[in-house]
Design a binder for this molecule. Structure first.
Ligand SMILES: O=P(O)(O)OC[C@H]1O[C@H](O[C@H]2O[C@H](CO)[C@@H](O)[C@H](O)[C@H]2O)[C@H](O)[C@@H](O)[C@@H]1O
Length: 246
């Protein structure tokens, strides 16, 4: 991993006959917004994903930390593969996690209570939750300390750092773990994995793509295992649109 992101080249054109494509959602397909519910979905995005998935013979998946039902709502019109909740949920293949850990409700109650007391934003998720401090980044240390105690008390959950947020997700699930499962599906056979993402949540998956004959595309600045770089979500959307039109 290095921090030469800005000096890394733009990715080559997608090979529809040989590549498989995995796309992160927040900060990659869509721009970061002040709140999770404020993201703006470009009107053409679901159709671009649908057409590209068809072109790749179905070897395309959206891979996100978001709850699956939210992704489905945001990307209405794209019916292809989706991974949600940092690898715990799936559409189009057997869900990696069949049932939420027993103490999900208790965990979410405590996170919600903390958020209300501290004036933070709590995002309730299918298999966990996130405490967002984008509105006041100075709150990061308190959020980190609180989520550490929660992870000790609720061992079925693990800490997942995110952009201006700390999440608790089911322990043992990850985006790279989801790639292992996805690439066992027949439509991925013989294809090279290409993963695009922007965040620490994506790094293991970017490294996985690099280690399995494909490549990673880091969106935005920062250290990354990816060999290619694009500055912002509009750049990856342009790259996808070009791949559709080729
Ligand atoms: O895996 P991703 O698709 O990148 O999702 C990661 C988390 O993204 C969301 O939070 C982030 O984006 C928000 C909207 O732009 C922003 O307000 C927040 O500060 C970011 O952390 C989402 O809310 C989480 O559930 C995802 O896990």
């Amino acid at each position: 991993m290095d921090d030469l992101t800005g000096k890394k080249p733009a990715p080559p054109a997608l090979d529809p006959d040989g590549d498989a494509l995995f796309l992160d959602f927040d900060g990659c397909l869509v721009d970061i917004a002040p709140r999770p519910d404020a993201v703006v979905i470009p009107e053409s995005l679901p159709q671009v994903l649908a057409r590209l998935s068809a072109k790749l013979g179905g070897a395309l998946a959206v891979v996100s930390g978001r709850s699956l039902h939210e992704l489905e709502r945001f990307l209405l019109g794209y019916d292809g593969l989706m991974i949600g909740s940092h690898g715990a949920e799936a559409r189009g293949m057997t869900p990696p996690l069949e049932e939420s850990p027993d103490d999900l409700a208790a965990l979410q109650t405590e996170m919600d209570h903390f958020a209300q007391q501290q004036g933070l934003l709590f995002e309730k998720k299918s298999h966990g939750g996130a405490l967002h401090f984008r509105a006041d980044p100075s709150r990061q240390p308190e959020v980190e300390a609180f989520t550490e105690t929660l992870a000790e008390r609720f061992p079925a959950f693990a800490i997942q750092p995110a952009k201006m947020a700390v999440e608790l997700r089911p322990d043992g699930f990850s985006k790279d773990g989801a790639l292992v499962l996805l690439t066992q599906l027949p439509q991925f056979s013989g294809r090279m994995p290409v993963y695009a993402g922007d965040d620490t949540t994506d790094e293991p998956a970017l490294a996985w793509a690099e280690a399995h004959g494909g490549f990673g595309i880091k969106i935005g600045d920062g250290k990354s295992a990816a060999r290619y770089h694009l500055a912002e979500p509009s750049d990856i959307r342009d790259w996808l649109a070009a791949a559709v039109e080729e």
